[in-house]
Design a protein. Structure first.
Length: 149
């Protein structure tokens, strides 16, 4: 009140002055000189398709195939004929591992065998020895025939 009367301003005029002062003071916040975080770059991806077999026969339906690369991974499920298609696979050199089949039906899962005969080396990407070079935006064919150890 003292400021308004000292400068001959009404209360409404004084409020406007305070609002404008705040706007001017904050208008420089985050400007050109302020550091900013660049937007995250999307991870480049490609597509992989093929067939997974065990000793020449299609891998059991529900077998998982995981591609690991570029600090990310993608898993797909193999169909009854052993084929799969994986979209959005990280581009670059990917290591590959196989996972025992999973079942959405609890009854099928309960009666399923726990050992599908997959050679142990294929169950970890570090030991499978399998890699695929995924090209950004391309569709790469990758077939895996698991052989006995």
């Amino acid at each position: 009140m003292l400021i308004a009367s000292r400068f001959g301003l009404s209360h409404a005029s004084l409020a406007i002055v305070w609002v404008l002062t705040g706007i001017v003071a904050c208008s420089g916040c985050g400007g050109a000189g302020a550091p900013s975080t660049p937007p995250a770059k999307p991870v480049p991806v490609g597509k992989v398709h093929g067939k997974v077999t065990l000793k020449g026969q299609p891998a059991p339906e529900g077998t998982g195939l995981t591609f690991v690369g570029n600090n990310s991974s993608l898993s797909v499920v193999v169909g009854s004929d052993g084929t799969y298609t994986a979209s959005n696979v990280p581009a670059g050199q990917c290591k590959v591992r196989v996972e025992n089949p999973t079942f959405s039906d609890p009854a099928a899962s309960a009666s399923a065998p726990t050992d599908f005969g997959f050679p142990q080396k294929y169950l970890k990407e570090a030991t499978s020895g399998e890699t695929v070079d995924v090209k950004e935006g391309a569709d790469v064919e990758y077939n895996l025939d698991m052989k006995a150890e």
